[in-house]
Write a new protein. Structure first.
Length: 384
């Protein structure tokens, strides 16, 4: 059974959209002047040429909509949503919420366009007129805000996904016994573990940690493990003491389980839920990397599935970053050539778009929000 979540994922997580502003952003740090320029561009909206061909003048948000689906309705490049809304960098990192029933109005002013919520209060837009900003509904029992992407696809990864570095894997406490008379444990059972647990109360039980290798360098970037269940610490263990000199194990109770837990399974701390908000946006500097693999194996995957990538917090990745995936062009024989057996290289082709939703030190998880073909391990990723 699927693990119950400790808390729901909040919608619309925030960060900046600066990528289009630089000719070769990979070579330069982001300066204060560049940030100021990016703020001005964002506040001015987007060029009319960036609007989707059939972008509506008005749209009423419906239950089941996501920020991504609405973005594709208005924009050719959905990751430019913060610019269309006229957010500055601070607003992008702490964006407003959008609710079912609200009507979004597209304003065309000169050669640019901005979006507002009908009837909301706000500041001044690029035309000098009041540009209205969305606000939270006053009803305490109103509908929930829409999410950036379908929340049921990423909710499990906030508790179930475990990526550890080599040191963390070596130090992870391990299960050594079950309650009396049992060889396996499930929901409600007691389990006993050796290793340092400290004051941490909630733990994930995991097994089968497999290395995540960088497709480019073959270096191990971390270890991805399958979660068996959640457990709560009942009493911490104690170091060896007394004349017998025996270590006392920690005692835990299994809160929920996907599979039965057994001796040899390991423990990873369950981190507190982070209620972030994000908006889809391009990385501030140009990103190049590769897809490591679809989640939990498999050679290829498609739309609305999860992949791991070889770029993480150390590389500047943020929640909400949108990346393009590329399939390598095949080498084929030119059957029209006068030279027998002559081969040519076909160009790489874009196979989809990814949105990063969870970031680790050297790796990240991303959802395939659009697929134009099979997406697999080793495929290139770049800024969109």
């Amino acid at each position: 059974m699927r693990l119950p979540l400790q808390a729901a994922v909040a919608a619309l997580l925030g960060a900046g959209t600066l990528g289009a502003a630089y000719a070769d952003p990979a070579q330069l740090p982001i300066t204060d002047k560049q940030k100021q320029t990016a703020q001005q561009v964002a506040q001015a909206g987007v060029p009319l040429s960036e609007l989707a061909p059939n972008a509506p003048d008005r749209y009423t948000v419906k239950k089941g909509d996501t920020l991504w689906s609405i973005s594709t309705l208005f924009l050719k490049s959905p990751w430019r949503w913060p610019e269309l809304w006229g957010m500055n960098l601070e607003q992008i990192r702490n964006p407003h919420l959008i609710y079912p029933g609200q009507t979004l109005v597209l304003e065309r002013v000169g050669d640019r366009a901005v979006l507002r919520v009908e009837g909301a209060e706000g500041g001044t837009g690029p035309s000098g007129r009041d540009r209205l900003q969305p606000r939270v509904r006053e009803e305490s029992l109103g509908p929930e805000a829409i999410t950036t992407i379908p929340s049921h696809l990423i909710d499990p990864f906030l508790t179930e996904a475990v990526i550890l570095n080599a040191g963390e894997l070596d130090r992870a406490p391990r299960l050594v016994g079950m309650q009396e008379g049992r060889h396996l444990a499930t929901t409600g059972d007691r389990v006993y573990a050796r290793g340092t647990v400290g004051s941490q109360r909630e733990w994930r039980i995991f097994r089968d940690a497999r290395p995540l290798k960088d497709p480019e360098t073959q270096a191990v970037l971390g270890y991805e493990a399958s979660v068996v269940g959640l457990a709560e610490l009942q009493s911490p263990g104690q170091a060896a003491q007394g004349k017998d000199g025996l270590e006392t194990t920690s005692s835990l109770r299994v809160l929920s389980s996907r599979r039965e837990a057994g001796a040899g399974d390991r423990l990873a701390a369950l981190e507190p839920q982070r209620f972030e908000r994000y908006a889809p946006h391009a990385p501030a500097k140009f990103i190049r990397g590769s897809i490591i693999a679809p989640y939990e194996g498999g050679r290829y995957t498609g739309g609305m599935s999860v992949v791991s990538i070889n770029r993480g917090r150390a590389d500047g990745m943020e929640v909400g970053h949108v990346l393009a995936a590329w399939r390598a062009g095949r080498v084929i024989e030119d059957v029209t050539s006068a030279k027998r057996g002559e081969k040519v290289q076909l160009p790489d082709e874009r196979s989809g778009l990814l949105m990063v939703f969870r970031v680790f030190d050297r790796t990240s998880y991303a959802l395939v929000v659009r697929s134009d073909g099979p997406i697999g391990g080793g495929d290139r990723i770049t800024s969109p």
